[in-house]
Each structure stands twice: as structure tokens, then as C-alpha cells.
Design a protein around this ligand. Structure first.
Ligand code: FE2
Length: 371
């Protein structure tokens, strides 16, 4: 089956946040009530907010990374009575995950975080009545063009997905001016996360022709500009914004595979930033998958490497040069934890989407290889 669907309008390029008023007009909102969810108060200094007089606004700042069920419930509770017709989520993946989750939750009466936990676990999200616009301020997650949100449940050692095909954004405003001031560490780890999205979309069991074409272009764009990013060249941000969006469009229809699956416990237990965790896994998983990757030569050419060992070298150099550890030991992981982390790395829907079967045993080998 070769199927691709993505209904998100993408408005990409410097200054695209300025199109927010007209984009909201195009949505024909009944009550013209808009919740603006942002990663920082500083976002509201942008001149576009002086041009939204025609709408009733509520603003909310959400600063946490990797949002938990409790944090999501707090924001739901603080914003539900405003009853927005639209949510504009301005920030990294965490903000967009919260924004899109809220759209799925407003029509349900939830009294506490426990009830939300049960609701998410049951996974019966109705068609959302509230639509959202994604405005990424990092170039990596692609969350502005996917229909699922990751919500963390640390007390149960798990991550949960709020997922609904009817919950794609109305539009994504991908404005590289918003990402230009990212700290180098974040810029590099986000770019590597986007690279992983594209690589995993290319080889996923659930891949398709459109995703594979988007994935190769995303990889070429990102890897072709990593040096510029590390050298502080401003034009790199435009390329990363494009590459990240293309990678998001690619994996919106394939989901991710072993790299993401194995990375989640590393982030949950050792707080290794998502992009760094995923990127360290990319080369060993390429090594494992290589015999089963259709079009391996095109993938390696897009990455600009001849094999997994060369990719490992390049990624380690990107992490080091941006001031980040490039091994599990460097991130403070204990050697004896590799076996329990391996068991937790079998994430449903990701591990079983890998072209080569992964088991707790081969995950442990992979973790030890990047120790
Ligand atoms: Fe990711």
C-alpha cells in the first residue's frame, strides 16, 4: 500500500509569522477566540501581536520540555473556560504537542490529571472542534506538520501519544527569523533530530514514495548546511527550517523507527535532550538496518557518507563541536543500566516499524556501542 496524506498549509520563509492575522481570518472562526500558547513571554513582543485586534486573545506561557500529563492538565484547566476556536502554538515540539493535545481535549470534561491519564490511555479522541496553527521556534521536531503529540508519563515509565488524523494543523508558519537566536547546542541537536526523522521515514516499514522523496531532500538540505550552522552563518537557519519541515512532512506518514524507540528511556531517565539521544543512535541503527534498506546508496549519498562508521564520526563531531557529550557515559549513564534501558527501548509502534527486527538483546549491543 502506497499512501500519503497531509493537509497542513505550509507558509515558509523569513517573515512568515506576519501572515498570522490573515491565516486566522481564513479559518472563519465562529467566536474569534484565539489561545496563543508560547514558550516564553518574549514571543509577545513580536509586532504581529499588535495586529490581532480583530480577535479575542488569551495568552499562556508553557516553559516545560517533554510535557507530562500533569502539566498538560494544568494548561487545559487554565484555558478551557476561555473556550477558544483556535490555538496558536509558538515554540519547540513540547509547546506544539501541548497545543495540539488541547484541541483534542476541550470537548471533554476532565476533572483531574488522573482522569486525563485514563482518557489518554484509552486513546479514544473525538474529532477536535478546535483547530490549531503551529509556529516552530526550533528547527527539528516537525511537530507543526504531524497529527500526533507526545505526552510523558514518568510515573508509569512511559510516553503516550495523543493521535488523531483529524488533528493536523490548519497551517504551519515556518519562519526562520524565529529560530535564528537558538543556542548552538539546541540548533545542532534539533537539526540532528530532523535528520533522524527523515532517515527513519526513508527506511520505515510504513514508508511510501512521497515520504521517501521528501526524506532525501530533507537530509540533503540539513546535512549540506551543518558546517554553516556550526560556523554561525545566518543562512543556515533558513536551510534548517526548510529541512526540518520537509522531514516532518516525510515522517508524518511513516512514524519513526528504532532510533526514536531506543531514545525515549534515555531522555526520560537521563534527561538526554531528544535530538542528542536520537542522533547518537542513528549510525548503529544504520549499521543494523543497512542490509534491508531499499535505496541504501541514495540514503548514504544524501547523508554525504560512505557507511555507518563515517556517519558515526560526523555526528560525534557535530555534537562535540556544539559542546555536547557524544557518548552515553558522557551524559552520565551508568554502564550497568544498559540492560534495563534496552528493555525499555522497545516502544510500541516505533520498534515494530523498524525494517530489521529489534530485540532487547540487539538494543543492548547498540547502547554499549555508543557508551
Ligand atoms: Fe524526534
Amino acid at each position: 500500500m502506497n499512501h500519503y496524506y497531509n493537509p497542513v498549509r505550509t507558509i515558509q520563509g523569513a517573515g512568515s509569522l506576519h501572515t498570522l492575522p490573515e491565516t486566522l481570518e481564513q479559518m472563519h472562526l465562529t467566536n474569534r477566540r484565539v489561545l496563543i500558547l508560547a514558550w516564553s513571554e518574549t514571543v509577545f513582543a513580536h509586532p504581529v501581536f499588535a495586529k490581532l485586534d480583530a480577535f479575542q486573545l488569551q495568552t499562556s506561557v508553557f516553559t516545560a520540555s517533554n510535557p507530562t500529563i500533569e502539566q498538560l492538565f494544568e494548561t487545559y484547566q487554565a484555558t478551557r473556560s476561555f473556550s477558544p476556536d483556535a490555538v496558536v502554538a509558538i515554540g519547540g515540539g513540547s509547546i506544539m504537542d501541548v497545543g495540539k493535545s488541547l484541541c483534542c481535549l476541550y470537548q471533554t470534561d476532565l476533572s483531574d490529571a488522573e482522569e486525563l491519564r485514563t482518557y489518554i490511555q484509552a486513546g479514544r479522541f473525538g474529532t477536535p472542534k478546535v483547530r490549531w496553527i503551529g509556529v516552530p521556534t526550533t528547527s527539528g521536531t516537525g511537530s507543526e506538520v504531524t497529527c500526533w503529540a507526545t505526552i510523558w508519563n514518568p510515573s508509569k515509565d512511559a510516553k503516550r501519544s495523543i493521535e488523531n488524523q483529524a488533528n493536523y494543523a490548519y497551517a504551519a508558519l515556518v519562519d526562520p527569523e524565529l529560530t535564528a537566536n537558538m543556542p548552538l547546542k539546541l540548533a545542532v541537536s534539533s537539526a540532528l533530530d530532523a535528520t533522524a526523522h527523515a532517515v527513519e521515514a526513508f527506511w520505515a516499514k510504513h514508508t511510501n514514495t512521497v515520504s521517501r522523496a521528501l526524506a532525501l531532500q530533507a537530509i540533503r538540505t540539513i546535512m549540506g548546511h551543518m558546517e554553516d550552522l556550526l560556523c554561525g552563518k545566518p543562512e543556515a537557519h533558513e536551510a534548517m527550517a526548510q529541512g526540518s519541515m520537509l522531514a516532518g512532512l516525510a515522517f508524518s506518514n511513516t512514524k519513526t523507527t528504532a532510533c526514536h524507540s531506543i531514545s525515549y528511556p534515555l531522555t526520560m531517565h537521563y534527561h538526554i535532550p531528544h535530538g542528542a539521544a536520537v542522533s547518537m543512535l542513528l549510525a548503529p541503527v544504520l549499521e543494523l538496518n543497512a542490509p534491508c534498506v531499499d535505496g541504501l546508496e541514495s540514503l548514504l549519498a544524501a547523508l554525504g557518507v560512505s557507511d555507518a562508521a563515517m556517519l558515526q564520526q560526523r555526528i560525534r563531531s557535530f555534537l562535540q563541536r556544539s559542546g555536547q557529550p557524544d557518548t552515553l557515559r558522557g551524559w552520565g549513564v551508568a554502564w550497568e543500566d544498559c540492560s534495563s534501558l534496552a528493555k525499555l527501548g522497545m516502544t510500541k509502534g516505533r520498534a515494530d516499524n523498524n525494517p530489521v527486527e529489534i530485540t532487547a538483546e540487539n538494543i543492548q549491543g547498540i547502547l554499549e556501542s555508543i557508551y
